[in-house]
Design a protein around this ligand. Sequence first.
Ligand code: PEP
Ligand code: MG
Length: 589
Amino acid sequence: MEFLRLRGAGVSPGIAMAEAFLTERVVFSSRPTPIPASRAGAEVKRFREASDRTREELIQVRDTIRAKVGEEHAFIFDAHLLILDDPALKTGVERRIQEGRVSAESALTEVHAHYAGIFDALTDETMRQRKADVTDVMTKLYRNLAPGEAEAEPALDGPTILVAHDLLPSEAARRFSQGNVLAVAMDMGGPTSHAAILARSMNIPTVVGLHDITQRIRNGDILIVDGTDGEVIVNPPPAVRKEFLGKKDKYDAYRRELHEVAKWKSVTRDGVRFFPMANIELPEEIHHALSYGAEGVGLFRSEFIYLQRNALPTEEEHFAVYSRLAKEVYPNPVFIRTIDIGGDKSLPILQIQKEPNPALGLRAVRFSLKHRELFRIQLRAILRASAQRNVRVTIPMITEIEEIGEFKLLFAEIKAELAEAKIPFDPALPLGIMIEVPAAAALTDLLVREVDYLSIGTNDLIQYYLAVDRSNEDVAYLYKPLHPSVLRLLRFVIETASKAGKEVSICGEMAADPLSAMVLLGLGLRRFSMNPIFIPRIKKALRAVEAKTVSRVVRQAMDLKSAQEVEEFLIEKLLVRHPEAFLQSGLSS
Ligand code: PEP
Ligand code: MG
């Protein structure tokens, strides 16, 4: 038994060791099977019957998953039903049968290859991940063309590590809900695939992007999957097993601590209440976010509704997502950010032109105000979901006051339409803007009068303020949230908004760093929104300090001249004095 160490990407943290179980690979028919013209009608009928059977199956899986795993995962199968009933898929296959004179299997294989080609050519990782969903539905359809012939799927006996080329979402949901999958290793995949999301929310360590693990191992090999570091070890010798079991114990202790801390009250040592909230991209993440102690969703990146689909989402689809979020988070708030699309987040359905400088291009509110019909659909759905009374709407990338004015006009028109049609909504729905363009930050005193709250997006604000591309590794050394200029700008925004009696929150990654979060607390911030996994560590850090002391220290730090000086000063004054601010296990994420 060969000993191997394989590197991939860890998409769900944790460590597990067990025997490998290889799932079968999806295979469509390889050669086209011609048919006589007289058979085309019968093949189309066979295809339609397969569609009906697939629909019944999907509904059944959805209902089982809803009962066994929870409502939030049943959503995947609603998406699969939409793919199944996509008119382009149906007419594509039927046309191939009739015009290409091939069997339903061959037509389906060709149409699948066509879709797979489109997805493979996309550069956006999230969109590429949707290929697994399309393949999943089409595989089911394929099997249902000859329903009696499908072999029964071998059941897992005992704890197992699932190894797959590309784990289809339905298979992931079904296997995971059986309860004996300890970890997953895959050739393909990425962090936003449904299988990865499901694995994260069910605490199943997962490593993806291993390229050829399915070729390199056999059923029964012993595997260690380290989803924290993105490594898979095949047939580990005793010393390596021991090392990993030690690491597993440490990780398990860390996890227990996270969930313990998640239950604590969010209050500083001197009794100042603060609110940790979650940044999420998919409604499926909500359960996970709440388990980490999120007191609301501070940023719902609604563009993911578009990026996940092959067709433009309807008002009902938007509404289903928003109202579900609002219900699950109630009575805490959900800040729905209107789409931040354009720039580097392309939307193939709209065929947006590639821009020479996407970060400075037609993105976010600029895009929305230009594509009003699309924007109306989203805003109607947000307003309808607001009937729940805990929804807020945040506009991204505001650069000038006119954009707020234009937004308000449009919003008022939609409110009037809804009122006229007697469709309920929250007439007092709070409206906020993101402060992520330096020009808007400098105008805080004027802009804040126009809205109910501000949400500081430091990811973009820092990139524009310091002229450092947030995704360019070569200049990452200049990307400094503790740069004195950034601190001064943040102080201005937070103090100005607070003086005006308006709420201000932060939803950039900066909020997830303990030292930066302390600084923000010192500047007067009380709402911190971040990737949910970081909530416990921020809670622990802020509970360890006194807001009053931190304010004083931060005021002194403002006069220092470099990020390095600020950091050293803060570490000495805040972190060194508060060892209890750290998670005991010492792991950072
Ligand atoms: C930000 O810019 O800080 C932000 C939260 O928005 P995004 O990361 O989605 O651009
Ligand atoms: Mg942003």
